[in-house]
Ligand binder design. Sequence first.
Ligand code: ADP
Ligand code: TYD
Length: 203
Amino acid sequence: MFITFEGIDGSGKSTQAKALVSTLQAQGMSCIWTREPGGSEGAEAIRKLLVQGDPDRWSAETEILLFNAARRDHLEKTIQPALLRGATVVCDRYVDSTRVYQGVARADLRHLVDLMHETMIGREADLTFIIDIDPETALGRGLARNSGEDRFEDMGLGFQKRLRAGFLDLAKQYPDRCCVIDGARSVEAVQSAILDAYMLAFS
Ligand code: ADP
Ligand code: TYD
């Protein structure tokens, strides 16, 4: 199974993706955690270009090319091999982030994002958790980390609001695989909602 976590910056994706992997591994399942941009040596090198530096460093079009280059390497080197050996792959962000960040919030380029995905990637997730949270709360959490990877957070609150709306629209476009989770609760409460939805999806 290929499971992805999506949502705005600081919504709790990494925390929850890692918790799901630990739970599944504790049940004896073969399961890996990975992330985008990144998840393979080449894609991690591209990640540095994308998440650091000035918000105006790249146009939305250039970002689409860079995210897809990173994704193709990640798919070839990490995701496909793991799925082929029967492991569950839990990925922190995937193409839905490109659909919403580059396709809706940065620019109106959704057609280009979908075309690139169809042509160069061609793999959707089986289940996608969209962690929904109000951008003020998430931005406070995200920037508080001081990770040095804040290029997209630095695009501001209006940008994060467009992202939130974009992810909620996406959930309506793909109701079969997308599950919206209220992220404004304790880590444990969010975790339990995710496990319930996981069991429902794969029962
Ligand atoms: P994302 O991967 O979506 O950017 P993280 O999982 O890295 O989000 O969480 C961002 C910050 O918020 C981290 O410092 C994390 O410990 C904290 N955090 C995550 N989930 C919650 C929660 N439910 N309540 C409060 N703080 C949280
Ligand atoms: P990430 O490290 O997951 O950020 P965060 O922990 O703050 O949620 O992702 C890095 C940034 O890259 C994030 O701001 C979202 C952005 N991004 C895109 O704009 N398009 C994409 O296709 C992906 C995968 C990420």
